[in-house]
Design a protein around this ligand. Structure first.
Ligand SMILES: Cc1cc2nc3c(=O)[nH]c(=O)nc-3n(C[C@H](O)[C@H](O)[C@H](O)COP(=O)(O)OP(=O)(O)OC[C@H]3O[C@@H](n4cnc5c(N)ncnc54)[C@H](O)[C@@H]3O)c2cc1C
Length: 467
């Protein structure tokens, strides 16, 4: 039988691919998508066990999806490195912390004015269409009510630091007074891939093929995809291919396609995790609250962004899982959890230390000898000194560096606006192969924006509208 030739195939169902699909179907009536769904089958495993010691709180219980992601994609994570991914409908996008940086300009300023404008328009369209919480340039306003104890003013007096407010990826239209975060339905209002699918795409014509892609090759009709579902193999032929497999797998497939054997740098935001102890309770009812304040340096705003959220049950659960000696006092920790202030400090990608390289028939993610302890110490001291001067916290804190890659933000391997072999043009077509498009974080280097998914989605929407 003659093989079907697709006009266009999308790979992946994370928020990058689904946003692309949503935009594409505004002007087209059918799309085919290759994405693997959860499988109960036990596949042979690659030893990546060390990463499970620090699985993000949201991913606890999802070990199989993480294991399958690495085993079926044949990726090994070196022992001194952390890295996460998930092979299922929605991928890593199922577990994200739901904060978006609204300042997208800095990371697209190297692109043509026309492209910048299109990305900004797509960004605003996403905010309006998905009804996300927050405020942008006075053009978009769907405000959320913040806690009165730790609020904006708490950060305003400082000479060195500036405060900023992220967008929160909950979908709810507020009134003039705004939305109280305690009234959010965390399951239904969250911007997750399955909610996005059910609210926007369920009635659209999308054909899902339950496979993962192993290899991409040229053929006379266009591109040939070698796929598998772990039991049977399948070949798909397409004229155009849209990759949204997340940075690691997109990059791996492209390195394989071009037979690139050298190491490729994966950019990320090294993360320091801190806990402060508040004198009063920071009240909240959510199971997992995204932070609603960010701090940056006034003079060097690109160096880091620190976020702050109150203690919550999911984080306590994760801490007790990894620090088993705390188990006997879990009940007590939950009682005092509103006195904890958790913070992530995400650093500039110039401190990145992740690399990808082919090794035999697998790919290895590894890091090199790099010491950023001084930077971590200096930054955390700055933030602590400021917090203590506000008289809101007790005079001690805990810092923890979970390792390179444990920040979950992976990007910048195939950047837009560069002329290298691994790069895309402003339409996000691979420069050396124009019928392959990339719509995930691979194409940006997030220097300013430390919460990249908003810009990733805006760009994916732009490409989806144009195709
Ligand atoms: C705990 C956590 C908190 C986070 N918090 C934030 C935050 O607050 N703000 C922010 O901006 N970002 C955050 N992130 C990062 C954010 O989740 C990712 O940047 C984002 O999910 C990437 O989306 P994506 O669509 O590019 O990739 P993914 O969501 O990883 O989707 C990849 C898709 O490709 C599929 N796939 C993989 N391999 C193959 C294959 N071989 N063949 C076919 N399909 C394949 C997967 O199944 C999946 O459907 C967080 C991440 C985590 C884990």
């Amino acid at each position: 039988m003659k093989k079907k030739i697709y006009d266009i195939l999308v790979i992946g169902t994370g928020l990058s691919s689904l946003t692309f699909i949503d935009a594409y179907l505004e002007n087209n009536n059918l799309i085919n998508v290759i994405s693997f769904n959860k499988s109960k089958k036990k596949f042979p495993q690659i030893d990546n066990n060390h990463i499970f010691k620090i699985l993000p709180p949201q991913m606890i219980g999802e070990d199989k999806q993480v294991m399958d992601y690495f085993s079926l994609n044949k990726v090994i994570i070196d022992k001194n490195t952390k890295f996460f991914g998930s092979l299922e409908f929605g991928g890593l996008s199922n577990y994200w912390g739901l904060q978006i940086d609204k300042n997208i300009e800095k990371d697209i300023s190297h692109l043509s004015k026309k492209t910048q404008k299109k990305i900004k328009i797509s960004f605003h369209e996403i905010l309006n269409k998905l009804k996300l919480l927050g405020q942008v340039d006075n053009k978009y306003k769907n405000i959320f009510i913040k806690d009165k104890y730790i609020n904006h003013k708490f950060f305003e007096k400082n000479k060195e630091l500036i405060s900023d407010e992220p967008l929160l990826a909950f979908q709810k239209k507020g009134n003039k007074k705004g939305i109280n975060l305690n009234l959010i339905n965390e399951e239904k209002d969250k911007l997750t891939p399955s909610n996005l699918f059910h609210k926007n795409l369920k009635n659209k014509k999308i054909i899902f093929h339950n496979f993962f892609v192993e290899k991409i090759q040229n053929c006379k009709e266009g591109l040939k995809l070698y796929c598998s579902n772990g039991e049977k193999k399948e070949i798909f032929i397409t004229k155009k291919l849209v990759l949204g497999c997340g940075t690691l797998i997109t990059t791996k497939l492209i390195m394989d396609y071009f037979n690139i054997k050298r190491e490729v740098k994966i950019f990320h935001h090294p993360r320091l995790f801190s806990v402060y102890f508040s004198k009063k309770k920071w009240k909240n009812k959510m199971k997992f609250q995204p932070s609603h304040f960010h701090l940056k340096l006034k003079k060097n705003p690109l160096l880091f962004t620190a976020d702050f959220r109150p203690g919550n049950k999911i984080i306590i659960e994760a801490i007790v899982k990894f620090k088993k000696f705390l188990n006997p006092i879990k009940f007590f920790l939950n009682i005092i959890r509103e006195h904890f202030i958790f913070s992530n400090i995400f650093f500039n990608p110039k401190f990145s230390n992740l690399y990808l390289k082919k090794r035999g028939d697998t790919y290895l993610v590894f890091s090199k000898n790099k010491n950023i302890k001084k930077l971590l110490k200096k930054t955390s001291k700055k933030i602590f000194n400021f917090l203590i001067s506000s008289k809101k916290i007790l005079p001690f804190y805990i810092n923890y560096f979970p390792g390179f890659g444990a920040d979950f933000h992976y990007f910048g391997t195939i950047q837009v606006g560069k002329s290298k072999d691994l790069s895309v043009n402003e339409k996000c077509q691979i420069n050396k192969k124009k019928n392959i498009y990339i719509v995930d974080g691979s194409v940006f280097k997030f220097n300013g924006n430390k919460y990249p998914l908003g810009l990733i989605m805006a760009n994916a929407r732009r490409i989806g509208k144009e195709m």
